[in-house]
Design a protein around this ligand. Structure first.
Ligand code: ARG
Length: 455
């Protein structure tokens, strides 16, 4: 017999039970559901809505059910549909009529919204801590490489020399924004929907503030229709996770080519790479590739929920049961990716020589040569033209800008003097960029300090 069976003449078809049921995925909300019910039933007694001894018995039994679920002693029933009715059904099996008082002044619609918010509050904090761990690892690595010169790229073509620390710190900034976004989302998750009932609240004199305090919510929702039909907070989290994954995926892409034979900028630790079943020489960056791959899947979850919610009339619709799998899957995958990615980064070996060689080729100091000419009084656009011609002739001779003789430079522009060689040295190119945001050793050290203080 269904908890809602009164108005029905027939039992549901087996297909209906299977199709309608969400227990195989929402059972993960059992803890939130039970603690939510305990707070609710405690309040019902405080308000004199049910007798204190009934409330006490329900609370005690709910705690027993909690520990039985944790010990694997509770078998969930597909016919009871979801985690909410499964727990209520077990409660009624155990204490009979008293258990039937739990659902007073409550609907599964405000209950499921509550459970999701409680669950997301925990998960947001745990993901935020993982992001912080990654930031710490990046900061530690950056500290060791404020003088490790490497090329930077636009269009994956060599651009200007920077340091490895500067490159890593770019990711620290991205993950800082990710952390801030999680903190911001947390504020909107942290609102109690319970008391909204099915959609039009309730006639009982519920003490919503009491329940909010019991469950650690900072605020209570102000519109019952909105509170039961809002899944913005899930969409926000999925969007945050998508952005985190996008950042991890860009980083992964760089890891993948940095450890290729062509680059050899880094080597992954054996513990965080894999071999080939046929080619004995291979050492593959599977972790970075899987992180890159899983990014698509997390985006998919965001799209799935946005699409589910699109055009749903107020208030609750069963479509919304489809929120759980994408949210859970995205959380699970982000939580798998972050720690392994962090460990992979923590254990990389950096090939400073290869990075330096990389920065030397490809005329990465050409901008600095143009800037040098500007300082000697030439307009930038003319300096650009002159250096472009010099680069062209160097390419034909197969040499770099630093290999030109002073005489050759004087032919390009009579204003060039001996000090040109210092001006276009890689160290100078990097350390002259000491403006805030730049790659100079001092600037990056300061950025590291600021970011460390923020953690
Ligand atoms: N299992 C449902 C969900 O996840 C719970 C809410 C059901 N409410 C209802 N009126 N059918 O959305």
């Amino acid at each position: 017999m269904k908890l809602w069976g009164g108005r029905f003449q027939k039992s549901t078809d087996k297909l209906t039970d299977d199709f309608n049921s969400s227990i195989h995925f929402d059972k993960r909300l059992y803890r939130q559901d039970i603690f939510g019910s305990i707070a609710h039933v405690k309040m019902l007694a405080c308000q004199g809505i049910i007798p204190a001894e009934d409330s006490a018995l329900i609370q005690k039994t709910l705690r027993e059910i909690l520990s039985d679920i944790e010990d694997g002693k509770v078998e969930f029933d597909v016919a009871a549909e979801d985690i909410h009715m499964n727990i209520e059904q077990v409660l009624i099996e155990r204490i009979g009529d008293t258990g039937k008082k739990l659902h007073t002044g409550r609907s599964r619609n405000d209950q499921v919204a509550l459970d999701m918010r409680m669950y997301l509050k925990e998960e947001v904090i745990s993901i935020k801590n993982m992001v912080i761990d990654l930031q710490r690892t990046l900061l530690d690595l950056a500290k060791q490489h404020t003088r490790t010169i490497m090329p930077s790229y636009t269009h994956l073509q060599k651009a200007q020399p920077i340091t490895f620390a500067h490159h890593l710190m770019a990711y620290v900034e991205m993950f800082k924004r990710d952390k801030e976004r999680l903190e911001d989302t947390y504020k909107r998750v942290n609102v109690l929907p319970l008391g909204s009932g099915a959609l039009a609240a309730t006639t009982y004199n519920l003490d919503r503030d009491f329940v909010a305090r019991e469950l650690g919510f900072d605020a209570i929702s102000l519109n019952s229709l909105d509170a039961v039909s809002d899944r913005d907070f899930c969409i926000e989290l999925l969007s945050n996770l998508s952005t985190i994954m996008m950042h991890l995926s860009r980083f992964s892409e760089e890891i993948i080519f940095w450890c290729s034979h062509e680059f050899q900028f880094i080597e992954l630790d054996d513990a965080f790479s894999t071999g080939s079943s046929i080619m004995p020489q291979k050492k593959n960056p599977d972790i970075a590739e899987l992180v890159r791959g899983k990014t698509g899947r997390v985006y998919g979850s965001l799209m799935a929920l946005l699409t589910t919610m699109k055009a749903l009339p107020l208030a609750y619709n069963k479509d919304m049961q489809e929120d759980k799998e994408p949210v859970f899957d995205a959380i699970d995958n982000a939580k798998m990716c972050l720690p392994i990615f962090t460990d992979m980064i923590r254990t990389i070996r950096v090939n400073e020589t290869r990075m330096h060689e990389g920065a030397k080729g490809g005329f990465t100091n050409a901008t600095d040569l143009a800037d040098y000419l500007v300082k000697k009084g030439i307009a930038f656009r003319d300096a650009h033209e002159i250096v472009g011609k010099v680069v062209f002739s160097c390419i034909q001779k197969g040499i770099g800008l630093e290999d030109m003789t002073l005489e050759e430079y004087k032919q390009a522009s009579p204003l060039v003097e001996e000090d040109v060689f210092k001006a276009i040295s890689l160290e100078e190119c990097v350390n002259k960029r000491s403006i805030v945001g730049g790659p100079s050793e001092e600037t990056v050290k300061k950025a590291i300090e600021i970011n460390e203080a923020l953690l």
